[in-house]
Design a protein around this ligand. Structure first.
Ligand code: MN
Length: 294
């Protein structure tokens, strides 16, 4: 019996002028464990200005994980906290019942940008937690042939800082030329791989950069082979077991919750202001109940 392996190419999109490849959610795959959103962006090179400039906007019901292979993104939020995501440093934001934030290229930058933004859906019992933000150096785990950087949750006994609300892992796997390298997986989790750079194979299969490979649950390991340096994002988690409703920047369960969050943002309630951002905040698009997330 063959193990599950579904390839989902990224869909091109745009984040405030920055081209992105959206990998989650897709029609064919909405969740990997609690991971419900994944955009990949760059590599971009710029001589001046801001490669990323996302004005203040609200979130509910999720955590965001920002991870950069190159460049810098500065976060400011309505709690008055800030953090610079850069190579090796994760920005983890917990929206819970509501937070607003802005993300932008800092005034002084390397002129490069390559990274991912991920969302984790909060399970029902934790959706109303207090908002929070943490910027931290991601811990590493050295395995034969691979260097694993743990961005969220735990892998191989190495746990990232920051609270998560269901069992999960998010990791950046760096491979080098050499014999096949085995990554231990938690069989109760469903997993996915997203190659971010270089050439890598899963068994005999060559994997495409910026495609999502859904691996299902029940695997105890994956074996990666590469003939040079590569970077692969590994996502996993216990299946959430809930149907989430995603609209704009909100992760909810009912359209009433989304309409209320939208109305609160538009009225200046609940989320607070991102005082550190100099420009105008984003307005919510019109809410159409029949709209299906894409
Ligand atoms: Mn955001």
């Amino acid at each position: 019996m063959g193990a599950t392996l579904e390839e989902l190419p990224g869909r091109l999109g745009d984040l405030g002028g920055l081209p992105i490849r959206r990998l989650l959610p897709r029609r064919a795959r909405r969740l990997v464990g609690p991971w419900c959103f994944l955009d990949s962006f760059g590599p971009a090179r710029f001589a001046s200005g801001k490669a990323m400039d996302v004005a203040p906007h609200p979130h509910i019901g999720l955590q965001t994980v920002s991870w950069l292979l190159e460049g810098e993104v500065l976060h400011h939020d309505s709690l008055g906290l800030d953090g610079l995501a850069r190579e090796g440093v994760v920005n983890l934001m917990t929206a819970g019942r509501g937070i607003a934030h802005a993300e932008e290229t800092p005034p002084v930058s390397s002129g490069r940008l390559r990274g991912v933004q991920l969302w984790i859906a909060l399970p029902s019992g934790s959706r109303e937690v207090a908002p929070d933000f943490l910027s931290f150096e991601a811990p590493r785990l050295e395995l034969p042939g691979v260097r694993v950087t743990v961005l969220a949750g735990e892998m191989g006994g190495v746990r990232a800082r920051g609270r998560v609300f269901s069992p999960l892992v998010g990791a950046d796997v760096a491979t080098a030329a050499g014999p096949p390298a085995a990554l231990p997986l938690e069989p109760a989790f469903e997993h996915a791989l997203v190659p971010l750079a270089g050439d890598v194979r899963l068994g005999d299969r060559a994997l495409e950069v910026d495609a999502l490979y859904y691996l299902g649950a029940g695997r105890r390991e994956v074996v990666l082979t590469s003939e040079g340096p590569s970077r692969v994002l590994l996502l996993g988690g216990e299946p959430l077991g809930e149907t989430v409703l995603m609209w704009w920047n909100f992760v909810a369960r009912t359209s009433d919750e989304i309409e209320e969050a939208r109305a609160d943002w538009e009225a200046g309630r609940r989320f607070g202001e991102v005082a550190a951002y100099p420009g105008t905040r984003l307005s919510a698009p019109p809410f159409v109940v029949s709209r299906r997330p894409d």
